[in-house]
Design a protein around this ligand. Structure first.
Ligand code: F1P
Length: 338
């Protein structure tokens, strides 16, 4: 249900940012550095956000797992902006990382879904995702709403910002189109329901999407899945590939498209089978993939909004087929407060 709500929740989130209801009293470019801290799915959203910010802000942006930041002696100071991302606003690692950065003089801007949550109260500034309550333990709809806010932030200072926001406003409609393909995605997913391992690959903006897809499969289907930057494959994971290793590749036609095609060739040479998530009607992909899940063609910046949906559904349909509780997966808590 939450996966299917995304066109509305992303639309609700975008509205306030398009109309400039949520204005920050500072410019992101005034900071020496931006440090994004988060856990789990929120971390993956932060990673996508960092690519957008690097592209449009020209301010150094780093992303770290909050659980690592807490113990890593990262120097932080007054000219740093910490963006702490958390659906619940209660995740202990994210909260305590933000608090320690604040004590050292950094400005803390939190991005939360739950108004009045601890992180909301403890931060200097808060921006909200308007995704509504998320009951499923595995985060889905908050991921795409977090993306919407991060994109809005990355382009907020641009003279032609309105043009970028207009493009963002077209996303919910395109998400509907992807969800309209749910039955086809289900058919593909069920072919892989009995697998024990999967590899998810992507480059550039599709790399965090691959990480997120693999996390969803682990969380709700209990299938071992590894997300990896496609270009790093030859530095190790390529050894895993044989006819028993399905490789899901996130490959929209973007600046790294040709590169990823050559990564797909590397997989095929080793008899791996490729499931690709790319633009529909991509004839080259049809030829090299065992299965192609197509999404509408979109500006490369916005591809993560669309390509993540088939990955969420892929994990969901497999988990459901295996008779697993998709909302309450074993061993997981919605909010990790210790
Ligand atoms: C972070 C998170 C979720 C994950 C699970 C455990 O939560 O890792 O992404 O799906 O629910 O916690 P949050 O800080 O975004 O609330």
């Amino acid at each position: 249900k939450e996966i299917f709500e995304q066109p509305r929740t992303v639309g609700d989130t975008i509205k306030g940012y398009v109309s400039r209801d949520y204005l920050l009293p500072f410019n992101l470019r005034d900071f020496r550095r931006i440090l994004i801290l988060a856990c789990g799915t929120s971390y993956h959203a932060g990673l996508v956000g960092s690519y957008w910010m690097n592209k449009y802000l020209q301010t150094p942006v780093e992303v770290m797992y909050a659980s690592e930041f807490r113990y890593a002696d990262v120097p932080v100071g007054e000219r740093d902006l910490v963006i702490a991302i958390s659906q619940s606003g209660e995740t202990a690692d994210t909260r305590y990382s933000a608090l320690s950065a604040k004590e050292k003089g950094a400005t803390v801007l939190s991005l939360v879904n739950v108004m009045g949550s601890a992180l909301d109260r403890e931060s200097d500034y808060t921006l909200y995702t308007h995704a509504g309550p998320e009951i499923g333990v595995a985060a889905t709809k908050t991921f795409t709403s977090q993306l919407a806010v991060l994109y809005s932030l990355a382009v907020s200072h641009l003279p032609d910002r309105d043009r970028f926001m207009e493009k963002l406003s077209s996303v919910p409609h395109m998400m509907e189109e992807v969800l309209g393909e749910a039955e086809q995605i289900k058919k593909v997913a069920l072919k892989y329901a009995n697998r024990k391992n999967m590899l998810y690959l992507g480059r550039y903006l599709s790399y965090p999407v691959a990480l997120e897809g693999a996390l969803k499969l682990k969380e709700i289907s209990y299938i071992h899945a590894e997300g990896y930057p496609a270009g790093e494959m030859k530095h190790g994971p390529i050894a895993l590939i044989d006819e028993n290793m399905p490789v899901l590749v996130v490959v929209p036609r973007d600046r790294v498209y040709e590169k990823v095609l050559s990564n797909i060739e590397e997989v095929l040479t080793r008899r791996g089978s490729v499931i690709s998530v790319g633009f529909r009607d991509d004839e080259t992909l049809t030829k090299v993939s065992k299965d192609l899940i197509g999404v509408p063609e979109v500006d490369e910046d916005l591809t993560p909004f669309l390509t993540v949906i088939p990955l969420q559904l892929f994990a969901y349909y497999i988990a459901d087929h295996l008779g697993l509780d998709v909302d309450q997966p074993r061993n997981l808590a919605k909010t990790v407060t210790v």
